[in-house]
Write a protein that binds this ligand. Sequence first.
Ligand code: IPM
Ligand code: MG
Length: 359
Amino acid sequence: MKILVLPGDGIGKEVTAQAVKVLDTVIGKQLAVELTEAPIGVAGVDAAGDPLPTETLELARKADAILFGAVGIPGDEQLPYAQRPGASLLRLRKDLGLFANFRPAFLFPELIGASTLKPEVIEGLDLMILRELTGDLYFGEPRGIRTTPEGERQGFNTMVYSESEVERIAHVAFRTARERRKKVCSVDKANVLEAMQLWRTVMTRVGAEYPDVELTHLFVDAASMMLMRAPKQFDVMVTGNVFGDILSDCAAMLTGSIGMLPSASLALGRKGLYEPVHGSAPDIAGKNIANPLASILSLAMMLRYSFDRADLADRIHRAVSKVMTDGYRTADIFQPGMKKIGTAEMGDAVVEALGRISG
Ligand code: IPM
Ligand code: MG
């Protein structure tokens, strides 16, 4: 198992260190793991003048799985695309063909009070947002900022999806639903955008190949409302890159904190990049207060998807549940009566809980 660790910027470094601690504990002597760490984001710029240094990209191409922290710094968007720490992640996703982004939103029962939504709305919540990750406005050409003949500056991007791109993510959605509650909701904006009209047509056609899976469609505005109003109706929600970016943050908040949510970005085959849904959070970086559980749960996804070790992934989940039951909380999920701890202590608590779990 070749695992590449890319801690990146801000809280990325702190939370990833906790996941590595958990990895060391959970694998023990069971698996042969080769861990390599490489610079990305600001560290990449410092090391090689590029947020995604060639050497890091080479290592990423060779790795079986990547554990990613976060990239991005304040003012990121002011820099040219190629020098932007935040854009290094987009280049990595595209280069490695990581088109299928799994963003589960599930609720640890102990955290039901930490959500801003009423308990009855979210109790038992377990949905999977499947976001297409290598197309759409994010990568569509042409793009840029131009000057019109009248001398006004104009920014422009292109929303584009080819049939094969939609087909590919559709199959992933239906197969994923088969392992779950057999429901797919495809989210688009087919009433306004041609790119999304094609999206819906292709989803419907591929859906016919999976008669055992129920397919519904929602426009993205209605879907965002439904996520707040009655989120438990959803099983797999499949959507494009832009809508998926937005909806997955909404879904994350249903569970109380974005600090709890892991993600997996998969290519065809078993290769994957695993990262917390949250970003680099520069405002709380270096303070040992960030929640490392999203990174730790991303590691669990890696063991499940890239290394076929559902047993180890389940152990990590049980350990996290134990820590929750014991009342340990980082600041983002803290409630009165609980024990507030820091990033490193949360990592230690999970390691300690693993020791109490057999098998
Ligand atoms: C995400 C992030 C990224 C995205 C940023 C950091 C480029 O928001 O993974 O959701 O927009 O995809
Ligand atoms: Mg996002």
